[in-house]
Structure formats: C-alpha cells, structure tokens
Ligand binder design. Sequence first.
Ligand code: AFP
Length: 355
Amino acid sequence: MHLGRTTLSKFLIENISGTQDGAALAALLVDVAAAVKAISALSAKGALGGATGTLDTINVQGETQKPLDVLSNTAFVNTFQLGGLVAGVASEEMDDPFPIQPPHTRGPFLAIFDPLDGSSNIDSNVSVGSIFSILRAPETGEPVLQDYLQPGVKQVAAGYSVYGPATLMVITVGNGTHGFTLDREVGNFILTHPNMQIPADTNEFAINTSNERFWEPPVTRYIGECKAGKTGPRERDFNMRWIASMVAEVHRIMMRGGIFMYPRDTKDVSKPGRLRLMYEANPMGFIVEQAGGRASTGRERILDIQPDLIHQRVPVILGSRNEVDRVVHYHAQYDAGSDQPYESPLFNERGLYRP
Ligand code: AFP
C-alpha cells in the first residue's frame, strides 16, 4: 500500500526548510540520501561489485576492513566534501576528524557517521546499514576535535539506512522519526513510515548472550527474568533476536518494539562497551527517543553524555521505554546495594515500573 508519493525532498521542504538553517539541513539530508543510494547499489551487487571479501587494512577500531566499509566511507566523504554544507566529518573508518579544505566550501554542520554498520554480515548477505549524526559546526574557521565532542542532545539531525530486501532511510530532525523506502525504479525515497512510534512494552530482547559470563548483575537479572518466561517473575514468555547489525536490530524495534542491549561487561575492562557513542549510540538514541523510546547506558541517558573521544565506546540499552526503564531501575538497585525483590513498590501489580 503506498501512503501517497511524498518524496524525501518534498517532506523536508514541507517540514523543515522554514526553520533555522532548515533549508541547508534539508539539502544536507538530500545529500546523505544520495550517498545511501550509492551504497545501496554497491551492496546489492555483492561479490559482483567487489563489495565482499576482506582487505589487508585495519581501521582505528582494530577491525579488519571490508571493501564495502571503505567504499561506503568514500561515498560519504565525497558527498560531504562536494556538497558545501559541512565544515568537517568524522567516521568510524577514519582515525581523526577530517576538515573540509579549500577549494571545497565549508558549511554550517558537522557530519559524523558509521558508513557501514554490521560489516561482519556483508559476506553472509545479511542486512547492513549506515548511521549518521549531524551537529552544528563552529561559526567560523576550521573545526577542531573539541567542536565534534558535543553531547547527543546537540544533534540537529540523525538517521540510519538499512540495505535489506528494500533500502530504507529513517531520519529525525527533532520533530518525530520518519521512514522512507527507496523506489529503485525512479531513484526516490518515498515516505512510507510517517511518525514512527515504538510500543512502550515488548516481549522481545536482543543481546549477544555469548557474553553472559561477563555481564553485570542487573543485566544478568533482567535477561534471566526474560528467559524464565511464564514461570518466572515476568509471568510471560519472551523472544530473543541477535542479528549483529545494530541498524537491523533498531529498525525491528522501530517497527514492533523490543529492547536492544550491548551493556558494559568485563570481557575487556578497557572498553566501557562495544558500541561507539558519536556515530552509533547518539544517532540511534535521538531516533529512538523521537519515536517514544528510551536510550540509556543503564545508568544515564545516552544523549546527556559529554564525549571525551571521537571513538568513545559506551554501554547501550535502548528501545521500548517500559523495558529500558526496568533495566535502569535494576542498575540503580544494584548500585545502591539494594536486594529488593523485583516487585519493588515502584512496580505495580503488572510488574511495570512507575517512576
Ligand atoms: P561491525 O560493523 O564491526 O560488524 O560491528 C557491528 C556492531 O557495531 C553493531 O552493529 C552490532 O550490534 C554489534 O557490533 C555486534 O557485535 P557482536 O559481533 O559482538 O555481536
């Protein structure tokens, strides 16, 4: 069923072009869509387009790069460099932020992105995606590292794309979260999911349970209660998913609810989490909150974190607000040394946490 033929461009003109920097932001998001289309075409070619396999290069994360990682990064960097709407970019695939230099024109924004999220899934043809975050650039001059290190609440736009059977873009500019599907025949993104809302409750959790022995007690408690199902304190059965592509997990949650968890664990105590704040947790946190969900580290709202490093990692617990609130409550109880049963006075008879 087509919800009409509102294109991304028409949507942006109608919804943001009249706001501060709105016209420039709308143009920037159209540029992002162009990069997404290019990556979608590359991804769809698979091995025929040289997008699979492994390179002999290692990125700043210490991860072996895939050709599609590098091709996607190039697509975004070229788009931003030629678009004249950003003053600098930062990427999962680049050690340091990259200022836009003459003869290219600088613009009023900074773009921070994970050009290809879920790289471990490329060769197995499982959905991957891109994630982006847009911040305001300094009024004048070349941006320096500190200019990028803004908390998530400062984002002016964020979004992700999913390269699956269909290619989708889901974006927010702070007035709700909206989904667009690529009509490949004409090359337009069509508004198919206006005002997305995440159900407040869910029976579905997503976590990499191979890390269970490294979890903190509140996470072990929460997942244990989910696995106990009808016979346990939650008195209902849960389902589990783990795709290992954050974009695909988040999109499933946007469509039917759920809780996604990559919590702090003791597997590598030098890393407070696996996921990166600036180009995974912050943009996804903005998108999820704008759809009525929550995004927390378990101990604080992700969008409130003051970043220290461009590739900083954080714990991520996001999705259906009543479940995220419950996990946050369990962390608070644990940190306070309280061993109250889960039916704490804060939870009503249905076991839902009431602030
Ligand atoms: P890659 O892009 O290196 O595949 O990492 C993807 C990711 O950052 C995120 O998209 C997944 O949710 C998570 O890592 C999967 O991590 P595990 O491989 O440890 O399950």
